[in-house]
Design a protein around this ligand. Structure first.
Ligand code: PEP
Ligand code: MG
Length: 827
């Protein structure tokens, strides 16, 4: 039986369409290649290729596609299959829903491939006849490459347009990226050949489905825009666009107000936020300290393109689609959980822009390699913006460059480098790679619109002693460069262009913090002993050689966690055992021979490894992470264990395995460690431990005792898994002081039978110190700059008093109550 393959940007849409078709033709064979995953919109040539292979039984396959890049991806997939299969496949230009129903019925009744395609194309006939329109001729398209610029639809003759209207632009900055994106989204949704032109400037008609074309209309506030649409839904389409224009393209009042609001001499109107008379707003605290300075935004640096020849049009086009899909996932990640992040709508639409992709495709077909083809195509689109008169709209060309640079970096495997700036960095979010490149001397603070306090970007900011506030809201992205910003990374408060008295308060806090830090610093090299005489090791979390030096300076007793990923990420190939050995040895030397706790590679989740990629995962945090990744890549793991075994013969070393959830994993890891030791000879001072970051391991701590010398609790992950709150997701902030997490920590201490450390961010939280130590934790491993203050917090603790405090904390309702209790009892 002829099969049908449905290619759609949306998996939900494809499933629903297939369900509808199955109602009429339950026996039809239909395969789906839709969405990048359950929720992410997009099309993927590799998935389409698999669907083609699954659909093919030799009788023929008809492919139905939805919009724009679905066609490009289907064509690419067709180029990826063998000649025989290709000859049986027909890409059909029929409308997806009506076409699918008609095709399913025809196929189920035994029609041949071409007849199925003809039926699909004629699928609109019933509707057209009912609405009094001539049916389209039923000519299936041959399976051949797309036209050079598939989105560059030529305006149809005026007579074909069933409905027209004129709307006036009311948005303060005209049809800039966000309202334009809203219009394009609506036009794409309506699928009615909508076109628009700027009547005021007398521009030509452009397809309303192309963001790049719409934005180049140069439509300013007060301009009149003509809208026209064709096809059976023409009237509905025009009416809906008129309605959306009347709502100012759903640009919400706060957004409208905030544009251009920042940077004046007056403090920001804080509305319902705290400090209504002071202009102080509140985000979430992420890295303690006061940051004061002029705002600066990072401007993305364009990557240098290698001078390389094309590896063939198919291969080059695949590089484009892979990179676009990767960037889409990155943006989706910010978008998810931040429903107000509509600022990225324009970026997402650009990734799908048929003009941009079509032009890149044309250049690749003409023999260019993917990077120059994509940059050239983006340059062409951006040039349209550059020609506009309005400076604001002209600036939207930056969006095109930013997205293009992001795609090029993904294509070339180059990490984003945040160029240095002086003052407070204001950004949407911060990746670990970016945080690692910030200069703590010049960067006085970081203010993020989104982000979360336990993301690896935030951890790096803390490690580097850079004050940071996250979750400040998208309005901060309108703060102009140079505006004065004050923030308190311990409370989450921030202000833009604060009035004098507010600035003074921030300065006073900075001064009192420095005084406290100085006092703590003067005792930092002495041991931390509680007021009732119990020694607590205060260790440092290390992610670079510089951190090791800082840890020694700040008086760390040892390195309680070396995140060895820093050696592995953002490079094209893994470091060999020699390179690792040399680096671990340097770390130990920088720490003056103090013990270093080397955590084996903890990648996966939000730290993908380019040269040992995990397959695309629906839930990477529940996937091949940490020890699972290492056991799945035994050669990589063996190399690291060899380096660790070698360095352990020279200097005190602990090795610990991350994300362990079963005894079988530690048994397998220990076996591999034994193999490494068999090659190097024994290492007398080597201690072996696991990180307890998964509730399963916490609950069964005693089961691991025979295999370990210590355990270290990773409260960042333990909190995320206990509270089902992804650590990078600002929409579900979770606090490690939650009684559920504290109960697990208490249980580990009671059952582990070996010394227990905490190396998650909770260890550096002064409010947590009495509770954790009362529960039985004997080592706290924290960001290097936090070591002196944590030692002070230990000295201020009396375990005989903290014990009952912890008991009470375990019974409280939530983390906020626990925090209040701890702070009050410390006063
Ligand atoms: C943790 O999960 O608490 C931890 C220390 O590991 P990481 O933050 O590197 O995942
Ligand atoms: Mg962890």
């Amino acid at each position: 039986m002829v099969a049908v393959v449905v290619v759609s940007h949306s998996r939900a849409l494809a499933r629903a369409a297939v369900a509808l078709a199955a109602e009429m033709a339950p026996t039809a064979r239909i395969e789906i290649a839709a969405g990048l995953d359950e929720k992410t919109l997009g099309t993927d040539a590799t998935a389409i290729r698999s669907a083609l292979a699954a659909a093919d039984d030799g009788s023929g396959v008809v492919v139905l596609m939805d919009l724009g890049s679905a066609v490009l991806s289907a064509e690419l997939a067709l180029e990826m299959v063998d000649d025989e299969l290709r000859s049986r496949v027909l890409l059909c230009p029929a409308p997806l829903v009506e076409g699918l129903v008609a095709a399913a019925v025809a196929a189920a009744s035994g029609a041949g491939r071409d007849e199925v395609a003809r039926e699909a194309i004629a699928g609109l006939a019933g509707k057209q006849a009912q609405l009094g329109e001539a049916p389209a001729p039923a000519q299936p398209a041959p399976a051949q490459p797309a036209p050079a610029r598939p989105g560059a639809a030529q305006p149809a003759p005026a007579g074909e347009f069933g409905a027209v209207a004129t709307v006036r632009v009311g948005n303060p900055h005209g049809l800039h990226a966000r309202p334009a994106a809203r219009l394009v989204t609506e036009a794409r949704r309506l699928d009615a050949g909508v076109e628009v032109r700027n009547r005021t400037t007398g521009s030509g008609w452009v397809p309303a489905t192309s963001l790049s074309r719409v934005a180049t209309l140069g439509a300013l506030r007060g301009h009149e825009i003509d809208v026209r649409a064709s096809g059976p839904r023409a009237r509905q389409a025009v009416d809906e666009i008129v309605a959306v224009a009347a709502r100012q393209f759903d640009e919400t009042p706060p957004e409208l107000e905030k544009i251009g609001e920042w940077g004046g001499d007056d403090p920001v109107d804080v509305g319902k936020l705290d400090g209504a008379t002071t202009g102080v707003r509140r985000g979430q605290p992420a890295s303690a300290g006061i940051g004061l300075g002029p705002a600066w935004r990072r401007s993305s640096t364009s990557p240098d393109l290698p001078d390389e020849p094309s590896r063939g049009a198919d291969a080059e086009w695949r590089r484009v689609t892979d990179a676009v899909a990767a960037v889409r996932r990155e943006i989706d990640k910010i978008w998810e959980g931040n429903p107000e992040a509509s600022i990225f709508d324009a970026h997402l639409l650009l990734l799908d822009d048929a003009e941009l992709l079509g032009e890149a495709r044309r250049r690749i077909d003409a023999g260019a390699a993917a990077p120059p083809a994509f940059r050239g195509a983006a340059g062409l689109i951006a040039a349209d913006f550059d020609a506009l008169e309005d400076p604001y709209l002209r600036g939207r060309g930056d969006d095109v460059h930013a997205v293009a640079d992001q795609v090029l970096r993904a294509m070339l495997g180059i990490a984003e480098r945040t160029p240095a700036g002086d003052g407070v960095l204001v950004a949407a979010d911060l990746t670990p790679a970016e945080a690692a490149t910030l200069d703590p001397v010049r960067v006085k603070g970081v203010l993020l619109a989104f982000g979360s306090a336990t993301s690896h970007g935030a951890i790096l900011a803390r490690t580097r002693g850079i004050p940071m506030v996250v979750g400040a809201g998208p309005a901060v992205l309108s703060v102009p460069p140079g505006a004065a910003v004050a923030l308190d990374g311990s409370t989450g408060e921030f202000a833009v262009n604060p009035p004098g008295d507010v600035l003074t308060r921030f300065r006073e806090r900075a001064a009192s913090r420095s005084a406290r830090a100085r006092a703590a610093g003067s005792r930092a090299h002495q041991p931390a002993v509680t007021a009732d005489g119990v020694r607590i090791e205060v260790a440092a979390n290390i992610g670079s050689l510089a951190d090791a030096t800082a840890a020694a300076e700040h008086g760390a007793d040892l390195a309680g966690l070396v995140r060895t990923e820093f050696l592995f990420l953002d490079r094209a190939a893994a470091p060999g055992a020699d390179e690792q050995f040399a680096t671990y040895r340097q770390l130990a030397a920088a720490l003056g021979g103090r013990r270093i706790t080397l955590r084996t590679l903890d990648v996966g989740g939000d730290k993908p490894l380019r040269y040992a990629p995990a397959p695309h995962e629906q839930n990477p945090f529940l996937g091949v992470r940490g020890i699972r990744h290492s056991l799945a890549h035994p050669a990589l793991f063996a190399e690291q264990l060899l380096a660790i075994a070698r360095v352990a013969r020279e200097t005190p070393v602990s090795v610990m395995f991350p994300m362990v959830s079963t005894v079988a994993e530690i048994v397998a890891a220990r076996r591999m460690l034994d193999d490494a030791l068999a090659r190097t000879g024994p290492a007398a001072g080597l201690r072996v431990g696991i990180m307890v970051e998964v509730p399963a391991a916490a609950l069964r701590a005693a089961a691991f005792t025979p295999y370990v010398d210590f355990v270290s609790v990773g409260t960042n992950d333990l909190t995320q898994y206990t509270l089902a709150a992804e650590r990078g997701n600002a929409a579900v902030p979770a606090d490690g002081l939650d009684p559920a997490v504290l109960r697990l920590v208490g249980g580990i201490c009671r059952r582990a039978g070996v010394p227990v450390a905490v190396c998650g961010e909770l260890a550096g939280d002064e409010a947590a110190v009495p509770l954790l130590t009362a529960l039985g934790v004997r080592e706290l491993s924290v960001a290097p700059p936090a070591v002196p203050l944590v030692k002070e917090a230990v000295r201020a603790t009396r375990l005989d008093l903290a014990g009952p405090l912890a008991e009470r904390a375990l019974e409280l309702a939530d983390a906020a109550d626990v925090r209040r209790l701890s702070v009050q009892s410390g006063r």
